[in-house]
Ligand binder design. Structure first.
Ligand code: MRU
Length: 354
């Protein structure tokens, strides 16, 4: 069962616009699997902000489709008005969450297509933009499948993989990044087990990773974040596989807060630590992780997440949503084009250009 996390749903079959974005509302999992549909760019923005759609590749797809909702809503006599609307919608959507490179990659791509297609009629340009957003979604699904095919070479029958946050099908158009090799291995009949970190404070590991692995029949054991080093010490982990929100030119990788501690623990126990992400997550214009913008979240998510007060309301809270794992702790970065080993500066540049 590989669910479609996000898709474009035309109002009339065969005609891309008008239409709407249809996506799994991840804030409702695991209690219920419900889809939200919207043709309103402001609702797309809020869905990204509130993590109803989340995970770097899925946010990128939502951003592209958000632009389509914005342009289909305007009546423009001239195509340059649409190009301008694309620019405005991209600026707006870019304020939702700052860390995932895929969002900005997708928004830039939509702006480029609009500028290059400005000679089309307004109606044709809108259709062109809708086709591009659909192409971004479909490409993401293919890239994830390819990551799975490359990444499965890092697994052996009987392996246990530890993962953090959710870098599975729910975080992408389909299939996932860190979980893609696990799914490919499972399809091939390999015996693979997963430890899923709970992932405080928003519990993407327990709410989403544990849920989707169970739905797909993969053997998963949920652990509190603080248990990760202990299971490594007990010799129960063969490798760590995580996704990424942004990868700098030197291989430094931003991912969900807690990833850095995992990488340190993996190094201490001599366990390989792998990052899996499509090239749309690479940001080679940033030399190192120091240049990656890190999102900070509202204190309420820590002190009264899910409606239960778990700390004094007036306590000070420090809540970065992501951290940066230094490249020297990463054994390999797997993307849709293959497996990159250190030194990453040359490897990443080479594989992007290949
Ligand atoms: O805050 P989130 O849930 O959007 O964070 C998601 C992650 O950190 C994922 O690991 C990352 O986006 C990679 S998803 C394939």
């Amino acid at each position: 069962m590989h669910l479609t996390t996000i898709e474009w749903k035309p109002d009339t079959p065969g005609k891309p616009i008008p239409g709407r974005v249809r996506m799994i509302d991840q804030s409702r999992l695991p209690e219920e699997l419900v889809y939200m549909e919207t043709a309103d760019v402001r609702e797309v923005w809020s869905a990204i902000k509130a993590l109803r759609i989340r995970g770097a590749p899925a946010i990128g797809v939502a951003g592209a489709m958000g632009i389509v909702t914005a342009v289909q809503a305007i009546s423009a006599d001239e195509s340059r008005d649409i190009v301008h609307a694309v620019q405005e919608a991209a600026d707006y959507l870019g304020t939702s969450r700052p860390t995932a490179a895929n969002l900005f990659w997708a928004l830039e791509r939509m702006k480029r297509v609009a500028a290059q297609s400005a000679a089309l009629s307004p109606a044709e340009l809108k259709q062109r933009l809708a086709s591009e957003a659909i192409a971004i979604r479909d490409e993401d699904a293919r890239m994830c499948r390819a990551i799975g095919e490359h990444g499965v070479a890092l697994l052996e029958d009987g392996f246990t993989v530890l993962t953090h946050c959710n870098a599975g099908g729910l975080a992408t158009a389909e299939y996932g990044t860190a979980l893609a090799p696990v799914y490919v291995a499972h399809e091939r009949g390999m015996d693979i087990r997963v430890f899923a970190d709970e992932t405080r404070p928003l519990l993407q590991g327990s709410r989403l990773t544990a849920w989707e692995l169970l739905e797909n029949g993969v053997d998963v054991t949920l652990i509190c974040d603080s248990v990760a080093a202990q299971v490594m010490k007990e010799g129960r982990v063969d490798c760590v596989m995580v996704g990424a929100d942004r990868i700098a030119a030197n291989g430094d990788t931003a991912n969900k807060i807690g990833t850095y501690s995992l990488a340190l623990a993996a190094r201490a126990h001599d366990i390989p630590f792998y990052v899996l992400a499509p090239t749309s997550t690479f940001d080679l214009a940033r030399k190192s992780g120091d240049e990656i913008p890190i999102e900070h979240r509202d204190a309420n998510e820590v002190i009264c997440g899910f409606g239960k007060l778990t700390a004094p309301l007036d306590v000070k809270v420090y809540a970065p949503a992501f951290d940066v794992t230094p490249a020297e702790l990463i054994a390999a970065i797997v993307c849709e084009k293959g497996v990159v080993r250190p030194p990453f500066a040359d490897g990443l540049r080479g594989i992007v250009g290949s």
